[in-house]
Design a protein around this ligand. Structure first.
Ligand SMILES: [Zn+2]
Length: 143
């Protein structure tokens, strides 16, 4: 997993100018998909006026239909004044570190459903140990 993150970060760092001036002109979001984990969640790195933002987006389930706006969970921010002090290599390392922490945080929100044994994220679970589908089947919960 760490190797993939490093590859992703180095190709991003080498192909994209990450600076405050560019961020103000154009907000960019880069998504990294965790292909080998559960339902393949994504984490993001976004260029913002303040700095580089790291986090992930989830859908909000208020009823049977998820809300159209994703909920953004920002886990870390690396301010431009810190970015400016780093060399290219140091910046790549720092981004890698913050992304890995973001991935670990996202993974920690997953738990195995007691019925289907799937790894399910918090927003798709009825309780700590039951996913939404199994809650419908086992408990008759209607969504
Ligand atoms: Zn289940």
């Amino acid at each position: 997993m760490i190797i993939k993150v490093k590859e992703w970060v180095s190709s991003l760092c080498n192909n994209t100018p990450l600076s405050k001036n560019n961020a103000i002109i154009k907000k960019q979001t880069f998504y990294l998909t965790l292909k080998e984990f559960a339902d393949q969640p994504q984490v993001y790195m976004r260029t913002m006026n303040e700095g580089l933002s790291f986090g992930y987006e989830t859908v909000q389930w208020d009823g049977p239909i998820p809300a159209s706006e994703p909920v953004i969970h920002q886990i870390h921010i690396l301010y431009w004044k810190e970015v400016e002090l780093l060399s290219h290599v140091q910046l790549c390392e720092k981004i890698t570190k913050l992304l890995i922490q973001t991935i670990e945080k996202r993974k920690s929100e997953y738990a195995r459903c007691q019925f289907c044994k799937d790894l399910v994220s918090q927003e798709h679970r009825f309780d700590e140990q039951t996913c939404h589908s199994c809650a419908s089947r086992q408990y008759g919960v209607v969504y």
